[in-house]
Design a protein around this ligand. Structure first.
Ligand code: SF4
Length: 277
């Protein structure tokens, strides 16, 4: 992991406290150079770099190409993965994205979170569903592979199936190859946590989060690997869609049918104990 930026350019999603107090800035190139020299000295042969930070892909194409050249000065042939926001692609053309792919950026992780405009606006994600289709469509056109994160639960109580259906409509127009299917834990010190405390937002139950997963897995049409094995989830599986769909839906149906009030209490208690790092 190589720090290339600090903080997040947006830093305003209402559920996120991750970079509070850390304004966005690119790491100085001398620092990146020193870190690369250290990697090359202690781990020669390193062939893959995670370019760390909130959304390093928001940097200009020129800066990202410079960064790739620096990586290859110390680690010839190493490939590079990094985080991007959906709007990180706004300042890049399809040709820019092709050039970045050719320069060694082999995959991008995008926290899309949802394809539901109501949800995206409510959590102040900073873009709309149409932007997801347009900007990810540029990655598709450029042939630059990308992965994504779906954040279940942020639609709030009573909206599991509806928000999954709206999101699937968006995901069915783009071609991410992998999805972390996760679910929100609302921290008291986040803006969303304050909404909950005021009684303005009712969180989704644990059972409803299972139903949201089910609805999404049922509706995704393009080939994608879905992975729920994350600490915030109460059910863990990897499914290669569409091949594993029926097996996966059967497992989710079984989990939903057997879900008791005790399960709800136990999983809610577990979630309440989760803390950010
Ligand atoms: S874009 Fe990501 S890192 Fe930035 S505020 Fe939103 S969730 Fe947090």
């Amino acid at each position: 992991m190589l720090e290339v930026t600090v903080g997040c350019t947006h830093n305003s999603c209402t559920f996120c406290t991750y970079y509070k107090g850390h304004p966005f800035h690119p790491a100085p190139l001398e620092q990146v150079r020193a870190d690369l020299a250290e990697i090359a000295r202690f781990r020669p042969g390193t062939d893959h770099i995670w370019a760390a930070g909130g959304d390093p892909f928001s940097m200009s194409t020129r800066r990202l190409l410079e960064l790739a050249a620096l990586v290859h000065e110390y680690l010839p042939g190493a490939t590079i993965s990094t985080y991007a926001r959906v709007d990180s692609m706004r300042n890049k053309t399809v040709d820019d994205l092709r050039a970045l792919h050719d320069a060694g950026y082999t995959d991008i992780m995008i926290g899309i979170e949802s394809g539901d405009d109501e949800v995206l606006a409510h959590v102040n994600k900073g873009y709309a569903a149409a932007d997801v289709v347009e900007q990810c469509g540029k990655l598709d056109e450029a042939g630059l592979p990308y992965n994504c994160i779906y954040l279940g639960g942020i639609a709030g109580a009573g909206r599991a199936e509806e928000t999954a259906a709206r999101s699937a409509e968006v995901f069915n127009q783009i071609r991410p190859r992998f999805m972390y299917l996760t679910t929100v834990t609302i921290f008291p010190d986040s803006e969303l946590g304050a909404e909950v405390a005021r009684g303005d937002f009712e969180p989704m139950s644990e059972l409803e989060r299972f139903r949201e997963f089910r609805a999404l897995v049922a509706a995704l049409e393009n080939p994608i690997v879905v992975d729920t094995r994350l600490v915030t989830n109460s059910i863990g599986f990897v499914a290669e869609l569409p091949a594993d769909r029926e097996e996966c839906l059967a497992a989710l149906d079984k989990a939903i049918a057997g879900f008791s009030e005790d399960d709800e209490r136990r999983l809610s208690r577990r979630r309440a104990m989760m803390r950010t790092i």
